[in-house]
Design a protein around this ligand. Structure first.
Ligand code: ADP
Length: 629
């Protein structure tokens, strides 16, 4: 039984090589987690930090709620299986498996029982007397697994355990390890560079690249809803097809214009998760479609409006028996060019030849769209926000003919045809000035995603649990203006994350004969939590006193009260602006020459004390940009 929690884990080698950046994840008991990504992306480093074989530069690692950063590997109750088996060559299989138990001075009978149990699970009972060199690769890996399971660890870590085996054996061992996971009912963390291995074994997969987590999700979700071009291309074989181009909206219709010359048309409601800002025929996008979501046109195909027609020229046909892969190009003039290249997974009875020009159909449901510049998905499963064209008229925001009174904190002049970004969490249903019609509801992992028809546009709202409203309902909606951005008018969503420059210091406490530590912001001194002190010293040692830091906290954790002379452990400042959002009021407070935002219901010019719970403050080392506590 073990759950793990990795909070802001960093690994920095030699003070500069950032091998792992801000790895955050909660792993539940009995999960089978796979870390996958190309060589050098930081997967092994992360695994080795969990094992205790590599020091954690910064961050917090918990096993079953206990912080284990400083635990020796042997005290973490973890077993690790390596790619090269790491068996003792001079010992028999039996002794290899019994070794760790003998070190623990377990009774002989108990050791025997455990070894025989593990050997029978792994089917190696008949080799117990052999030396490792008299075993095949697959058998050796079984012994390595056996050596791990006899110890009955809380967590199993496996670092590319199958990469020394041939393809057939690898496939067999994959299912064996999956069965072992089911049988043992322990938490497994498995590292591989092979996406097929990841997809077939993991209950959840962490895709990594260049030291950064790209996406954490189930195999199915990674395949269906990749967050970016990297994940989209990495997961799935044959790879997703990518085409650069632009997209435009003409009334109810949307047209993707690919650089290779092909145009893909569809209805706006089939593409309405894409922010309209991209539908300007200018923004460069990448259109992605999996080989499974393209089909060769045939009489038998049902036309239900969810397939767009196109043409392709065939360059290579691979008949695989169960299916046929057609390699071709959307640009009929350039069958072998990279630009416009497409792979189509067709049924085995499809008969096409090199040079044929074929009619194909591209799914209008299962396509992907990415921003060319950021390579992030812009057709996300849950859209970040509704992007709407609106105007501002005398203190009102007008969206599709509907007026919303702007709170006094949102100051802007009259303007027409400007983009307003309303994050999905800013739009709530069931009350408010807005009127919408529920056009569609999608269930996304226990949440209800509403597609709301507002005039000509689709807007989004998310509700936890079952949907309160149903398709066809007319609903009222409310906009939380603290979250709304109107770029063109300089209106930004209220940023409630406060960042203060500061330092860390110590003072001799004569009475207690020890040092007191402080988080300094200008002349203000805040008392850190004990755990914070431990963490900053663990990462920085005494260098902490010379390191420029950032103290980060959210407005929601701060409490504000009238200034009291001599108050300690507070930030004292002057309110220089009141931000009235109607349902909530905030204040900008000048503190030691820096500005913070807090919830406050007073007046401009007030002198206030802001207190922040010590454990709610995050500390960042500005020199190498890592979170240290
Ligand atoms: P992966 O397991 O994904 O192949 P690693 O975790 O082994 O990647 O390595 C991640 C990065 O850290 C790589 O750039 C690698 O060169 C670097 N690295 C790993 N170990 C060390 C080390 N001991 N000293 C310096 N850099 C290292």
């Amino acid at each position: 039984m073990a759950s793990l929690s990795l909070k802001h884990i960093f690994k920095v080698y030699d003070g500069k090589v950032k091998a792992v950046n801000d790895f955050c994840m909660d792993i539940k008991d009995k999960e089978f987690i796979v870390f996958v990504g190309p060589s050098g992306c930081g997967k092994s480093t992360t695994l080795r930090m969990i094992a205790g074989l590599e020091e954690i530069t910064a961050g917090e690692l918990r096993i079953d709620d206990e912080i284990v950063n400083d635990f020796e590997p042997k005290d973490r109750n973890i077993a690790m299986v390596f790619q090269n088996y790491a068996l003792y060559p001079h010992m028999s299989v039996y002794d290899n498996m019994a070794f760790a138990l003998r070190i623990l001075h377990l009774p002989k009978e108990e050791i025997h029982e455990k070894v025989m149990w593990a050997a029978s699970i792994l089917g190696i009972t008949e080799y117990l007397e052999r030396k490792p060199k008299a075993l095949s690769g697959g058998q050796r890996q079984r012994v390595a697994l056996g050596r791990a399971i006899v110890r009955n660890p809380k967590v199993f870590l496996l670092d590319e355990p199958l990469s020394n085996l041939d393809a057939k054996l690898r496939a067999a061992m994959r299912s064996e390890i999956s069965r072992l996971h089911e049988r043992l009912g322990t938490t497994f963390i498995y590292v591989t560079h092979d996406q097929v291995e990841a997809m077939t074994m993991g209950t959840r997969i962490v895709v990594m690249k260049d030291g950064f987590v790209q996406q954490i999700d189930t195999p199915v979700n990674l395949y269906k809803y990749p967050d970016n071009v990297f994940v989209a291309g990495f997961i799935g074989t044959p790879q997703m097809n990518f085409f650069e181009g632009t997209v435009a909206k003409y009334g109810d219709d949307v047209l993707f214009k690919l650089d290779c010359g092909t145009a893909i048309d569809m209805k706006y409601i089939q593409a309405d998760k894409i922010p309209v800002r991209y539908m300007d025929d200018k923004h460069k996008i990448i259109f992605g479609i999996r080989p499974d979501d393209v089909r060769v046109k045939s009489e038998a195909n049902v036309d239900d409006g969810s397939w767009a027609s196109a043409k392709a020229v065939v360059s290579v046909v691979e008949v695989l028996g169960g299916e046929t892969l057609i390699y071709g190009n959307l640009n009929l003039e350039t069958p072998d060019a990279e630009e416009g290249a497409i792979i189509i997974k067709a049924s085995p009875d499809t008969i096409v030849r090199r040079g044929d020009v074929i009619d194909i159909e591209i799914s209008r449901r299962k396509f992907h769209v990415f921003d060319k510049e950021t390579e992030k998905s812009i057709r996300k499963r849950i859209p970040d926000a509704s992007y709407v064209n609106a105007s501002v008229l005398d203190g009102n925001l007008v969206i599709e003919g509907q007026s919303f009174a702007l709170p006094s904190a949102v100051k802007c002049e009259n303007a027409e045809n400007i983009e307003v970004v309303i994050p999905i969490s800013a739009l709530t249903l069931g009350k408010g000035e807005g009127k919408a019609k529920v056009q569609w509801i999608e269930n996304v992992e226990g949440k209800s995603l509403y597609f709301l028809k507002v005039g000509d546009l689709t807007m989004f709202s998310l509700e936890d649990g079952e949907a309160t409203f149903k398709v066809g309902d007319s609903v009222d909606f409310d906009i939380d203006f603290t979250k709304v951005g109107i770029d063109a008018l300089g209106v930004e969503p209220l940023n409630t994350t406060n960042i203060l420059d500061g330092t860390f210091s110590k003072e001799k406490n004569k009475k207690e004969k020890c040092y007191d530590f402080f988080m300094n912001v200008g002349t203000a001194k805040l008392v850190p939590a004990e755990i914070t002190c431990e963490k900053v010293f663990a990462v920085k040692g005494s260098k902490i006193f010379r390191t420029p830091l950032e103290y980060i906290f959210d407005a929601s954790v701060a409490t504000v009260s009238g200034h009291v002379e001599g108050a300690e452990n507070v930030l004292t400042g002057i309110v220089n602006e009141i931000l009235d959002y109607g349902h909530i009021k905030y204040a900008r407070v000048d503190v030691e020459g820096q500005s913070i935002v807090v919830e406050y219901d007073g007046a401009e010019g007030d002198k206030v004390d802001v207190s922040i719970p010590a454990e709610a403050i995050t500390i960042k080392d500005k020199t190498i940009d890592i979170i240290i506590a």
